[in-house]
Design a protein around this ligand. Structure first.
Ligand SMILES: Cc1ncc(COP(=O)(O)O)c(C=O)c1O
Length: 399
């Protein structure tokens, strides 16, 4: 039998539903249109100066022109362990930390290390777009657990009970959440951790937005709330969101020593170490204080409240009040079916296309997050742009 041109594995990956809109927004911008983009998944602040300086300094030393151990600079692994205890209260050793190319690569390594073909992974939806694709690439089966604003976009123990089977190997737990901004209260983090522990499941907990929580919400780390899960728990984190360092590509996974060793050996064949200079920058970031993120958090909190209000003022739109990260996740279900400037709106994706075309505002439709009818709006952009962009959407939907 002739071979297929491309592998089944690569063909199984779903094309990002955001790509088409993103490409269109960029083309409009390049053509000189005043496009307001709510699509960004990154802080709009510069990386703090002392971190940039540490990288510049490192770049002048030959030792930073060389490979580091594949698992990362030993001093960075140790500093991440120290930072983790400082920030979340989770006590770990440097040998339990693997430095990777962003939280994304850490997640990828972790899924490949734990998941076998046919293993089921419980994934509460709406979810961040990359999780299902990574699980599929590892051969795993994604079991979606849908949630809505009625439960604050939080999965319930009843839902977990109904979904678990003897093939379930892992629960993915993300709080604060991208795309919904939901933050589980500490008692639910503990209840879900106990639930997983009693069933012998692995938990992958993505803590990348740990410092971006607002109002009365508090971040709680699952292996701290339920220390018994430590032997089957992987924590994902990185410098991207806390220190405005998305482009530097430094993240990490924390887990039991055997998992870290195996994942490090996997990484050693794929990418080797993360850029040495970027590791020097990350070392300055995690060893320093949290004043920069405190400033960003204040700005995000103000924008969050503005955006939440402006979205709810738009006829047909309802927005849950996010408590973490930097996204609002409004529902447009009442807009679907309406006719806007001659377009009969068929889906959130279609709405995103029409809004971009008609008023030059870009946002990410919910389909890719497992949430048709919803959309993600990032508030990681200036206050004036937020107001201008949402006024344009509001005027269009009020016509
Ligand atoms: C929930 C979540 N986890 C992980 C990541 C990956 O971050 P990075 O690879 O930039 O460190 C992101 C980025 O958008 C995210 O939103």
């Amino acid at each position: 039998m002739p071979h297929e041109r491309l592998s089944q594995r690569s063909m199984a990956v779903t094309e990002s539903s955001t790509l088409a809109i993103d490409a269109k927004a960029k083309a409009l911008k390049a053509a000189g249109e005043n496009v307001i983009g709510f699509g960004a998944g990154e802080p709009d602040f510069p990386t703090p100066e002392h971190i940039v300086e540490a990288a510049a300094e490192a770049a002048h030393h030959t030792v930073y022109h060389r490979y580091t151990p594949a698992a990362g600079l030993p001093e960075l692994r140790a500093a991440v362990a120290t930072k983790t205890e400082r920030d979340s209260g989770y006590e770990v050793e440097a040998s339990q930390v693997l430095i990777s190319n962003g939280g994304k690569h850490a997640l990828f390594n972790a899924f490949l290390t734990i998941i076998d073909p046919g293993d089921e992974v419980l994934v509460p939806a709406p979810y961040w777009v990359s999780y299902p694709e990574m699980i599929k690439l590892a051969g795993g089966k994604v079991i979606e657990l849908p949630t809505t604003e009625e439960t604050g976009f939080q999965v319930t123990l009843e839902q977990l009970d109904a979904a678990v089977t003897e093939r379930t190997k892992m629960l993915l737990f993300v709080s604060p959440s991208n795309p919904t901004g939901a933050v589980y209260p500490p008692h639910m983090v503990e209840a879900i951790g106990r639930w997983a522990h009693e069933r012998g499941l692995w938990v992958m907990t993505d803590e990348i937005y740990e410092h971006l929580v607002y109002g009365n919400a508090t971040f709680s780390s699952m292996p701290v709330a339920v220390p018994e899960i430590a032997d089957r728990c992987i924590v994902i984190n990185g410098v991207a969101k806390t220190y405005a360092m998305t482009g530097w590509r430094v993240g990490w996974m924390i887990g039991p020593v055997d998992v870290i060793k195996t994942a490090a050996s996997l990484q050693s064949h794929a990418t080797s170490n993360v850029s040495n200079v970027a590791q020097a920058a990350a070392l300055a970031a995690v060893s320093g204080d949290l004043s920069a993120v405190a400033e960003m958090r204040e700005a995000f909190d103000r924008r969050r409240q503005t955006m939440h209000k402006l979205l709810n003022d738009i006829p047909g739109v309802t927005s849950y009040e996010p408590e973490g990260a930097f996204y609002c996740f409004p529902s447009f279900t009442d807009v679907i079916g309406r006719t806007i400037r001659g377009h009969k709106i068929e889906s959130a994706h279609h709405l995103a296309e029409v809004v971009l075309e008609e008023v030059k505002v870009a946002f990410v439709p919910g389909e890719g997050f497992g949430a048709p009818g919803y959309a993600r709006f990032s508030y990681a952009l200036g206050d004036e742009d937020i107001a201008e962009g949402l006024n344009r959407v509001g005027d269009l939907l009020s016509e």
